[in-house]
Every structure is written in structure tokens, then in C-alpha cells.
Design a protein. Structure first.
Length: 114
């Protein structure tokens, strides 16, 4: 007797955050996909995104914004565990940005995340 296949339903991806000049990333949809696979997938997605983009201030800024949105998304859904994971990751990315961005890049970060 064969068992039914294991199926994971991935929610539809969300529209990216778009800035006035058309800049956008796939972070929002990347993390929405990771959400369906749990905390380890979210942490792995963060690790890959952060390591790839921490040197690019606009991408780093969008990553911080995305993580912040995800905190509230999961808080509103009552998913305390994922909300806490996103809070931990947001704090790390935000601290990195505040400590490492300088001049116009830091001004952009503060203006955009305000």
C-alpha cells in the first residue's frame, strides 16, 4: 500500500517593496517562501541574503525593512515563534547597518527606515 505524497503548500509570493526610483528586491517573497518551511529556513534565508548583500547599502536597507515587516506580520497572525526569529534577525541586521554604514549611505538608511 503506497502512502500519499507529502505536500507543502507555499503561499503566493507577495509584491516586493518598491521605492520611488523603481528599486526593489525579492526579499519579501524569499522570506514568505521560507516561512512555509519554518524557523530554520527563515534563518538560512537570512544568512544567505545578509552575507550576499550586506555590502550594498540599498539592499541592506531593504533587508532590514523586510525583516521588520515580517515581525509584525507574524505577530498579527499569532505566530510568536516566527515573530521572535524575525525580531532577532532584524536587530542583528539593523545593528550591522547602524555600525557599518557611513555618510550618505547611513543617511539613506535612516531616511528610508524612518
Amino acid at each position: 500500500m503506497s502512502e500519499a505524497p507529502f505536500i507543502i503548500v507555499i503561499p503566493p509570493t507577495e509584491s516586493p517593496i518598491k521605492y520611488d526610483d523603481g528599486f526593489s528586491t525579492t526579499f519579501k517573497s524569499d522570506f514568505t517562501i521560507a516561512d512555509a518551511f519554518g524557523e530554520d529556513a527563515v534563518r538560512d534565508t537570512y544568512k544567505r541574503a545578509f552575507n550576499e548583500w550586506k555590502g550594498q547599502y540599498r539592499y541592506l536597507t531593504d533587508l532590514v525593512i523586510t525583516l521588520n515587516h515580517k515581525i509584525y506580520e507574524h505577530h498579527e497572525k499569532g505566530n510568536k515563534a516566527l515573530s521572535q526569529v524575525y525580531d532577532e534577525l532584524w536587530k542583528a541586521a539593523d545593528a550591522y547597518a547602524c555600525d557599518n554604514l557611513k555618510g550618505d549611505e547611513l543617511a539613506y538608511f535612516y531616511k528610508t527606515t524612518d
